[in-house]
Design a protein around this ligand. Structure first.
Ligand SMILES: [Zn+2]
Length: 76
């Protein structure tokens, strides 16, 4: 009887681990709001600092928004 319990427990554990792993792997593309240790970059247009994952990059320069990206490319 104890064997079955162990088996069920083991399966449950494996399921949990797989589930957790999937959630971790699935975060790619959508940056979570982790502050902390992420690289901060500076908007080339307005100079505001923001996490690299939230910035837009063009030609090695970072921007805080599509508007600033456009403004910087076409100054007028
Ligand atoms: Zn900006």
């Amino acid at each position: 009887m104890a064997k079955i319990l162990f088996l069920v427990l083991g399966l449950l554990l494996a399921y949990w681990i797989l589930k957790g792993y999937r959630r971790k792997a699935g975060k790619d593309g959508q940056p979570p709001q982790t502050g902390g240790e992420e690289d901060m970059v500076r908007c080339a247009q307005c100079g505001v600092h923001l996490p690299r994952s939230e910035s837009l990059t063009t030609g090695g320069q970072f921007f805080c928004s599509p508007e600033h990206q456009r403004l910087h490319q076409k100054p007028s």
